[in-house]
Design a protein around this ligand. Sequence first.
Ligand SMILES: C[S@@+](CC[C@H](N)C(=O)[O-])C[C@H]1O[C@@H](n2cnc3c(N)ncnc32)[C@H](O)[C@@H]1O
Length: 373
Amino acid sequence: MEQPRLLDRLRDHYDRILASPRFRQLATRFPLTRPVVRRRVRALFDLCAGFVYSQVLLACVRLRLFEILTEGPQDTATLAGRLALSPDATLRLLNAAASLKLVARRRGGRWGLGALGAAMVDNPAVTAMVEHHAMVYGDLADPVALLRRDRGGNGLSGYWPYAETDRPSALRPDQVAAYTTLMAASQPIIAAEILGAYPLRGHKRLLDVGGGDGSFLRAAAAAAPGLQLMLFDLPAVAERARARFAEAGLAHRAQCFGGDFGADALPEGADLISLVRVVHDHDDDRVLLLLRAARRALAPGGTLLLAEPMSGTPGAEPIAEAYFGFYLLAMGTGRARTPTELEALLRAAGFGALKLLPTSTPLLARVMVAKPA
Ligand SMILES: C[S@@+](CC[C@H](N)C(=O)[O-])C[C@H]1O[C@@H](n2cnc3c(N)ncnc32)[C@H](O)[C@@H]1O
């Protein structure tokens, strides 16, 4: 067996010291180590209390507190009336929300929006996520059982039914409606990240595979007026996209194709194929089927663009590893991958010339482009 390197041995030693209650007591008393101890205690408490913080946010969203406060600062009694809560319950909620920077105290005993509450205003993406998390938390109520049992059979795997079925093409409109609406709510911020990193210059026809209701393609159409649009998704989803394109007056520029990318050929003719938040939903064997199908469909010299949150993103580790790790476990398939893991899959499917492009908010999405090898 390989000998632990010196750095690893030092780390083990340090961890053993930190784990000792006697050391923690000493470190709390010693002025130089006290601030470090306090920061760690706070970080650990935040981990323990995370669910409670989320539920304070959920209460604010359900009571429409942020919208109410956009009208201007209001006092507790007025807010109690508008929230239909007792004055005591209102004050409890406002104090909790203020501690989380969702609301802020203003002069004269009034309350206004806090920095994070202000970011929730007109933010359907996060608002929809906050509501959706009721289901996520239900599935994670017993995390050890979730880790031990076979995948599937959870609220989330029912919500994303393509994760559980062998015949995703047979999914009915009512089975795809909720997740398609949820994805569309957050797509504008993802599209802004992608189009900021890859402005679509020089492309004639874009095929968005797993394109949902076409929200990404509509953003692409606005950014590149001459671009022709093609969308491939499960038949019931492609039908929704067709209706959205017609509503947006884009029917003449957009073609929608229904099918299963694991079984059916992708439509040909695009010089750019995008996979936006699609690959992380699937296990490696299915991703390879998808990437090979994209490789066959892509015009010679074309480009494949893959965009999603990735593992190994500095500063976003808990989002990829803890959040997506457990979310996708409950959903039943997929995982967040590092750029290196994605690169290996892309190469195995016949792509080369890979580039990871910088995005302005990498924790939301990173963008990788590739060309047929
Ligand atoms: C997480 S959603 C992403 C939607 C959209 N790209 C976005 O970012 O908002 C994944 C999409 O892949 C589609 N999808 C899943 N499995 C599929 C399959 N086997 N064939 C075709 N589309 C599939 C789903 O219907 C869904 O629209």
